[in-house]
Write a protein that binds this ligand. Structure first.
Ligand SMILES: [Zn+2]
Length: 172
């Protein structure tokens, strides 16, 4: 390979890019930033050693993850990509909580609807009875607060089943 077609790594390290350059397939000359951040965090020789130990079909993924980790580390020297992972986990937890709440609401609505149907059924059958006994006012067919409690408890239960206790805690 001539100097004009050196990979980004060899160009940056000011060396000849050999035919069998391990880095060449993953660090093309038109994207020097990709190599420079990996070099800054891991060092070119470590990256080369790591890639040499890997089967060829896994190398591209390894480079992608190193580039991601290195660029995150440069942007956030304290937490690096763990900060991004933490934020995504928080999003998952929040979304799971919202799902549980919505499921509880659906369960509550279903119970309410069921009771509404039952009320209609009883109303049809017992209209005469109720009407004459004069006790139609109370009815008792409104979904009670107990029903809502049950739905909430279901949500809470789901909540805990979803594994909300985060074991990812580096902020202490
Ligand atoms: Zn090279």
């Amino acid at each position: 390979m001539s100097n004009s077609t050196r990979c980004a790594a060899c160009k940056s390290l000011r060396r000849r890019c050999s035919q069998d350059c391990v880095l060449a397939p993953y660090f093309q000359a038109n994207n020097p930033e990709r190599f420079s951040c990996v070099h800054k965090i891991y060092g070119a020789s470590n990256v080369t050693k790591l890639l040499e130990q890997l089967p060829v079909d896994l190398r591209a993924n390894a480079v992608d993850s190193m580039v991601f980790e290195a660029s995150s580390r440069i942007q956030d020297p304290v937490y690096g990509c763990t900060q991004i992972i933490f934020q995504l986990r928080q999003q998952i937890i929040q979304t799971q909580y919202e799902i549980a709440q919505i499921q509880a609401q659906i369960a509550f609505n279903n119970v309410q609807q069921q009771m509404h149907h039952q009320q209609h059924y009883h109303h049809g059958n017992q209209y005469q009875n109720q009407h004459h006994s004069g006790g139609g006012g109370g009815g008792g067919a409104e979904p009670s607060s107990q029903t809502w409690m049950n739905a909430s408890e279901q949500a809470e239960e789901q909540h805990s089943h979803l594994g909300f206790t985060s074991d990812f805690n580096f902020t202490s």
